[in-house]
Ligand binder design. Sequence first.
Ligand code: ATP
Ligand code: MG
Length: 153
Amino acid sequence: TLLDFSELIQDVVEQIKLISQTRCNISFDASPEKINVVLDEMIVRQILTNLVFNAVKYSHEGGDVRVSCRHQEDYLILQIQDQGIGISKENQENIFEPFYRAKNVDYIAGTGLGLAIVKQGVQAHQGTISVESEVGKGTTFTITLPCNTENLQ
Ligand code: ATP
Ligand code: MG
C-alpha cells in the first residue's frame, strides 16, 4: 500500500496521547517533504504503536518522547527516543525475545510480546532495528525500512 508516512506517525502519536492521558510530552519531527511509501500499513502501525507506547510506559511522568522520521535514498529511518528508565546492556540482548521483560519493569504491566512483534514486522520488510540505551538516562530505538518512495512536492 502507498502510505503517507508522516500522517500515519501523527495518527499513532495522537492515539497514544489519548490513551496515556498525555503522560509524556510526545513530539514528532518529520522529514521536510511529504513522502509516500510502499509498506504494509497494518504492520507499520503496529510497529509504531508498540515502540511509542513503550517509550511512554517506561518513562517518568512528564518525560519527553521524541519520534523522528527521515528519508534517505530508498530507506526510511525512524527513531523513537525517551528519557525513561533505560535498559541495561545485558537486557538489551534479550528484549526482542517473546515474553522477555527486564527485572526493573516488574511494577509496570506488560506481556513482553511487543518488541518481538516489532522485530517480526521489521524483518518482514527486510528492515533493521537497533537499540541504544543507558539505565536511568533513556532509550533510543532506530528502525530502517527499505521502501519505494514518491515525493509529493
Ligand atoms: P507488551 O507485550 O505489553 O508490549 P512489554 O512492554 O513488557 O509488554 P516489550 O514491548 O516486548 O514488552 O518490551 C520488552 C521489555 O523491554 C520490557 O519489558 C522492558 O523491560 C524493555 N523495554 C522496552 N522498551 C523500553 C523502553 N523504551 N525503555 C525501557 N525499557 C524498555
Ligand atoms: Mg511493550
